[in-house]
Design a protein around this ligand. Structure first.
Ligand code: SAM
Length: 224
């Protein structure tokens, strides 16, 4: 590609990204400055399939390979804000998908561990994150309902697929004061987003509203 065409395209994506931040995030109440900065930096167009690139900054989830989705920008920002990160944390993301959420988290936390049950997606996410320079992200391919015990404990666990209930392995992998952000509900007809916080060894629960995710499939999730 000619240098000037490359610059023009980069500028167009940047403009689309800043517009997305203003019209889809700020206007709907996302106000954590660090989350807004991260969302305005990560090139979502690099995480969608070539034929969907034009829709990169549309206000919706988009299909990716293996019948999965890259989440809506608002959902990614909402979950990141709910995790209350200040930059020092070790975070587990369950459901790497395209790697986009992990890239956003990598700008908000010290270290990100992301796990994906479909090996092909895990490999693609790994290669994409390396190529784009998100080097504080570790990608695993396994059943994320088991957590990642070798990297625990975590300050936050963010689950980007819809669970039937809170997977019990997460309880032993969360630091005191840690947060779990997880959609829980039906397999195909929507979920409620919860924030669980561990205080004095006890989990408290907050309802953060209605969302819709693909199912969390695994030993402590929905059956295959
Ligand atoms: N965070 C992703 C992104 O930014 O592209 C979007 C995730 S997509 C909505 C949900 C992902 O969770 C899918 O890729 C799906 O394969 C994965 N998933 C479902 N069950 C899982 C499990 N038990 N462990 C790990 N990943 C799982």
């Amino acid at each position: 590609m000619e240098n000037s065409t490359y610059k023009q395209n980069t500028n167009q994506w940047n403009e689309a990204r800043q517009k997305m931040v203003a019209t889809q995030l700020v206007s709907r109440g996302i106000n954590d400055r660090r989350v807004l900065d991260a969302m305005s930096q990560v090139p979502r167009e690099e995480f969608v399939s070539p034929e969907k690139k034009t829709f990169s900054y549309n206000d919706c989830a988009l299909p990716i390979d293996c019948n999965q989705t890259i989440s809506q920008p608002f959902t990614v920002a909402f979950m990141c804000e709910a995790a209350q990160l200040n930059g020092d944390e070790s975070v587990l993301e369950v459901g790497s998908g395209s790697g986009y959420g992990a890239a956003v988290l990598s700008l908000l936390a010290h270290e990100v561990h992301t796990i994906e049950r479909i090996p092909e997606l895990a490999q693609q996410a790994f290669e994409r994150l390396r190529r784009l320079g998100f080097l504080n992200v570790h990608v695993y391919s396994n059943d994320g309902t088991l957590g990642v015990s070798e990297a625990a404990p975590f300050d936050a666990i963010i689950v980007t697929a819809g669970a039937e209930s809170l997977p019990s392995p997460y309880l032993n992998q969360l630091k005191e004061g840690g947060r779990i952000i997880i959609p829980i509900g039906t397999e195909h007809a929507g979920q409620t987003m919860y924030r669980f916080t561990l205080k004095n060894g006890k989990l408290s629960e907050e309802n953060l509203g209605a969302f819709a995710f693909v199912p969390l499939i695994g030993e402590y999730g929905w059956p295959v």
